[in-house]
Ligand binder design. Sequence first.
Ligand code: BG6
Length: 479
Amino acid sequence: MYHAKLDQFPNDFLWGSASAAYQVEGAWNEDGKGPSVWDNFVRIPGKTFKGTDGNVAVDHYHRYKEDVALMAEMGLKAYRFSVSWSRIFPAGKGEINEAGIQFYENLIDELLRHQIEPIVTLYHWDLPQALQDEYGGWESREIIEDFNNYCVALFERFKDKVNYWVTLNEQNVFISHGYEQASHPPGVRDRKRMYEANHIANLANAKAIQSFRQIILNGKIGPSFAYGPAYAYTSNPEDVLAAENAEDFNSHWWLDVYGWGEYPKTVWKYLEKYDLAPTMEAGDEALLKAGKPDFMGVNYYQTATFTASPLDEEFVNAKENHDGKKGNFVENGNAGLFKRKRNEALETTNWDWEIDPTGLRIGLRRITSRYGLPVLVTENGLGEFDKLEENDVINDDYRIEYIRKHIEQLQAAIADGVDLLGYCTWSFTDLLSWLNGYQKRYGFVYVDRDELNEKELRRIRKKSFYWYKDVIWSNGDRL
Ligand code: BG6
């Protein structure tokens, strides 16, 4: 395999880890917090694995000091977390709920006290339910102003404390799951509505970045995109074209808007033909162009491999694997454009996710070549079953192996010329996986609870905890 001469990780490299409010905090109705769409969605029977919810999650809201102490012990340089909008504005807008914002101030202060750089995600899917009820959430342009006011409140409050900000987490995921697959709130299956909501989210993203520029001069802001670089299944030009289609429809459709303020022409033309293109109003284009980020945030888990698909192809709805029993993969895609295949060169996790460290290097290079922006890896990690053994031991060698191989590819990417700001693993402690309950674990720190029993929520260091500590200490020299 070709390897450029490897460079050292930069001295200020952000060795980090990440989480999201709904997945860790719990305290779902405390200190004046309003309900979010997830608080309600999880209560619909059959939506989540064994009906799990985030009412308590891993109780980070009450145990954040203990969690930050563990981060400090590990030597973590950065912690990415999200703010729950309905803690700040219980009804999505209006008066700030001081107790809600104070929680985040306490968390940020605790991190800073331990020299851990806070990376604040403004939106990780938990929309205030009130805005969904009032005007349909992301389907109304009213959200642009409400989201902006919420972001401005956080910028103003934390401008002297927080340097790194993430706007929308995985817009591609919350929009497609929310409006096409109906597996996330608001549980809609309508592609026309999906493209409209997505356009509005783009405008909200750009507007928040525009406001940021007026308030925080030295900070950095960008979206986090769930990037699954597309591969061709064979060298048959039809498959290569299918992979190009997939890259345009599944990635450039978002990335080009972030990076350039423009939709990819091929996709736009196709959507116009099928009457699916979103409504462009006067001023939209200018706003999108004004929303250029400082970095591209990348959440990387896997690549996706494609073959050609005939126009009359019919796809059955893919049954998703939410229980960790391998073998659920069903070919799916977009008739006439692409069809996803299993990549036989790759192993998969128990949740059928393909494991592809080289794909991370490929993805980072594609972003670098196309947009010329620095990149921050905002998520990467392995969701697996872990076994708590006697004497509080968790031997998660598979996680160490997974993360090590991905870090090696980061180093190769840096040598290739990628301007990489940092690497946040998913996740620091174990947490709630939206649709997969608590048994799909990602953390360096085990949290002793399961789907049915919260137990004591004890924090226990896994083997990977000590390993990542050493990686950070040696600035990536000792993998
Ligand atoms: C990302 C999300 O899509 O992947 C996280 O930003 C999520 O919130 C992570 O938890 C892993 O996905 P899952 O489905 O395994 O929890």
